[in-house]
Ligand binder design. Structure first.
Ligand code: ADP
Length: 189
């Protein structure tokens, strides 16, 4: 099925920066359909379920971070992806509960891939101009986050696969909260 649902979370830093409207407008401008949206203060249980500890994820996060450290000639202190992943996960869970967040479900053909592309690289410093992180959060880096012992303040979470999107949407929304409606653009798909 080409028409997909994807989950976007506007993290507490987006709300603090007063740029909810600018970001939501970008998704609408791109032709994505908003089928659910709510502001909420995440519970402990929701963040636990949203960020399950996953060894593959920990390996990817470790490799991405290590590469950037080594490219800038710095020593990456963590030896082990499990210890590193657990640290990042704890920071992330605390951060997501620092203030209200906006949870959004977007619908559209290939929406998972397209939204990830629009959001840009995990590390805002590397994120290309034109991407949401590159335009709105670029002065943020692994080195800065690490020195401050906090997660990257990169504004947005977006599902990375169709399977994860399904799992993540169920963390934040009941099925009945996902609206079904048609727009003129739908006739093109
Ligand atoms: P993405 O959000 O781009 O899918 P990941 O799944 O790799 O990125 O990581 C999830 C989130 O964890 C990131 O958005 C970021 O906020 C945080 N994060 C990842 N790696 C690090 C790191 N090395 N230091 C601090 N925060 C990190």
């Amino acid at each position: 099925m080409i028409i997909e649902h994807t989950l976007v979370l506007l993290k507490p830093d987006t709300i603090q920066r007063s740029i909810i409207g600018k970001i939501v407008t970008k998704f609408e401008d791109a032709g994505l359909k908003i089928v659910a949206m709510k502001m909420l203060w995440a519970s402990e249980d929701q963040v636990e379920r949203h960020y399950p500890f996953d060894e593959l994820w920990a390996k990817q996060v470790y490799e991405k971070t290590k590469k950037v450290y080594e490219e800038s000639g710095k020593k990456f202190e963590y030896k082990d992806h499990v210890e590193h992943g657990q640290t990042i996960r704890k920071w992330l869970m605390d951060f997501l509960r620092e203030g209200p967040i906006l949870a959004i479900v977007l619908e559209g053909p290939h929406s998972v891939e397209i939204v990830r592309k629009m959001v840009g690289s995990t590390e805002p410093r590397q994120a290309a101009p034109g991407t949401l992180r590159g335009d709105f959060a670029v002065v943020e880096s692994y080195a800065l986050a690490d020195a401050k012992k906090r997660p990257l303040r990169n504004l947005i979470h977006a599902s990375d696969t169709v399977e994860n999107a399904k799992r993540e949407i169920a963390v934040w929304f009941d099925n009945k909260e996902i609206q079904k409606y048609t727009k003129e653009l739908d006739t093109h798909f």
